[in-house]
Design a protein around this ligand. Sequence first.
Ligand code: XMP
Length: 323
Amino acid sequence: TWTSANIVEEQIALIREQVGDSRVISALSGGVDSAVSTALVQRAIGDRLTAVFVDHGLLREGEAEQVELDYVAATGVDLKVVDAREQFLGHLAGVTDPETKRKIIGREFIRVFEAAEAEVLATPGPPVKFLVQGTLYPDVVESGGGEGAATIKSHHNVGGLPEDLEFSLIEPLRALFKDEVREVGRQLGIPEAIVGRHPFPGPGLAIRIVGAVDADRLRILRAADAIVRQETTAAGLDSSIWQFPVVLLADVHSVGVQGDGRTYGHPVVLRPVSSEDAMTADWTRLPYELLERISTRITNEVREVNRVVLDVTSKPPGTIEWE
Ligand code: XMP
């Protein structure tokens, strides 16, 4: 029978068997999946795990700090932080195609991990042979890993990996859906603030900027997204929303009037969705009062944004993310 305790026990045994005497590097992103998979592997092999957090500069406001402080405080995991913000922005410059963005980000992730591996290898100990990935069952299916499934998007943690990958993968969540992952996380004692976090894509805000990614566009999207999260939390609605992407239409301008004058700014799209497993989703019927507060605050506080629009498309036909 399925219980989170059984899953933890079973996975710990499997991880120990797979890893043997080797050391392991984990990809910690700040999301639920990598937090839980990392905690599972740590539980199995202790200090032979080094968690690497790549700050790719594509996270939301405050998230890098949450990984570096809160998660470490909660788990005591051995964390190596790599500041790769310049590197990612440089490679993404001018790139607008969503799949190309994903492939670049997946490729740079692996490069950074290889560099981190070299540093870990320079310390005495067994060889580093494995990389932890927080791949879930829906990721496997959507990337064509399931029987007869077509490739819809090459999620960087499954389909976008480069062919010269040096690590074998440990994917302890591969058979699980999100709600099951949260249960496993609770079983492992990870704080609710992390376990209850909404899913966030590995490529981060890069796939929520429709158009090329640069530091200024990231700043604008981060500011709008932070307002959405503050107001949603204040309204007590976090746990009734599966995910709430905020999308910046960076190449679209529209005319507005803000303050004393005419503006020619960007729209942001609100994409709140309700879902069980991200494979299908419905747009969330948010209270008008919340939408009004979000709209007023964004257009007042983020001067580059003069229009806030609501995405009322279910999945299918729309995917949750815009890219
Ligand atoms: P879509 O947009 O396909 O998203 O409906 C389904 C779920 O997957 C997340 N997502 C990603 N996660 N790498 C990830 O790790 C990716 O490239 C990626 N693309 C989408 C998305 O946020 C949603 O939860």
